[in-house]
Design a protein around this ligand. Structure first.
Ligand SMILES: Nc1ncnc2c1ncn2[C@@H]1O[C@H](COP(=O)(O)OP(=O)(O)OP(=O)(O)O)[C@@H](O)[C@H]1O
Ligand SMILES: [Mg+2]
Length: 272
């Protein structure tokens, strides 16, 4: 591990020899006439925990959807673990990536969505086992064993044979997390994973994310409105506004010390 946060001195120390696990290089993204991202430059280090905050419509989801290959940048590059995500080399030239290339690079990335997206006709164990078997060609027994481990990790070891509609929202979201973890991603993306939950179920889901974060080695990008949570687990907080990174730094630099006016307006809404 090469990143540590010195909470007392309040800064992130990174070993400069380590290469980022993700690099966004001058990424622009438009939908029709609307330019949502106006030249995003962002490096994420292995194991780093990044909280992404900003007003509705500022492009937070778009940033992580592009990394998950669900949305294509209009221009610029995204590099994952040294590999160009949206382009590949062919005869010495960079050409648009084909599906095989996208799938291979995407293999490093896991995502948990706001709406769990579980398969309703499968038990929660089957939900977790499917991708390792289908996508990673893992043998069934080993996929089963690891899926059980992950479901135990998120506190659902006693629900293996239940179906999603038999679970609470918080439990479904924990299945979604186990299902992503079983793919052994190097980067996990969380898009407002608690915002569709009843308030009393939020805590159990944040607790699981906190546990995963503590294990350390996986990079995490969290889009969240839970400022206290961001303050607690993030190494870095990024405030996105008008298509650019308007402020970034340690949680206390951004959430407590920054004088950026737009950020103050944004945070004000959470303090009432
Ligand atoms: N597929 C799409 N087609 C057209 N416009 C889109 C599409 N996806 C996103 N947008 C627009 O891009 C902008 C950024 O959207 P995005 O979902 O990334 O914002 P966000 O920061 O995640 O907002 P929220 O906090 O509400 O989730 C918005 O104006 C949105 O309407
Ligand atoms: Mg969003």
């Amino acid at each position: 591990m090469t990143i540590s946060v010195d909470r007392k001195r309040n800064h992130v120390t990174t070993n400069t020899n380590t290469k980022p696990i993700v690099e966004y290089k001058n990424v622009h993204k438009s939908f029709g006439d609307v330019e949502v991202l106006k030249g995003l430059n962002l490096d994420i280090m292995p194991g780093e925990k990044v909280a992404l905050i900003g007003p509705s419509g500022s492009g937070k989801t778009t940033i992580i959807r592009m990394l998950m290959t669900l949305e294509q940048p209009t221009s610029g590059e995204i590099i994952v673990d040294g590999q160009n995500l949206w382009h590949m080399e062919k005869n010495g030239k960079l050409v648009p990536a084909n599906e095989k290339h996208l799938r291979a690079v995407r293999g490093d990335i896991g995502m948990v969505f706001q709406h769990f997206n579980l398969f309703p006709h499968m038990t929660i164990l089957q939900n977790c086992m499917t991708a390792p078997i289908q996508v990673q060609k893992e043998d069934k027994e080993s996929a089963r064993k690891r899926s059980i481990e992950m479901l135990e990790k998120v506190g659902l070891g006693d629900k293996l044979e239940q179906y999603p509609n038999q679970l609470s929202g918080g439990q479904k979201q924990r299945v979604a997390m186990a299902r992503a973890l079983v793919m052994r991603p190097k980067i996990m993306l969380f898009d407002e994973v608690t915002s569709a939950l009843d308030p009393e179920l939020v805590g159990e889901v944040l607790e699981v994310i906190r546990d995963i974060a503590k294990e350390g080695e996986m990079a995490m990008v969290l889009v969240t409105h839970e400022m206290e949570f961001a303050l607690d687990i993030a190494d870095r907080v990024i405030f996105l506004d008008n298509g650019v990174i308007a402020e970034q730094g340690t949680p206390s630099e951004v959430l407590e010390e920054s004088t950026n006016e737009r950020l103050q307006q944004f945070l004000h809404r959470f303090r009432n």
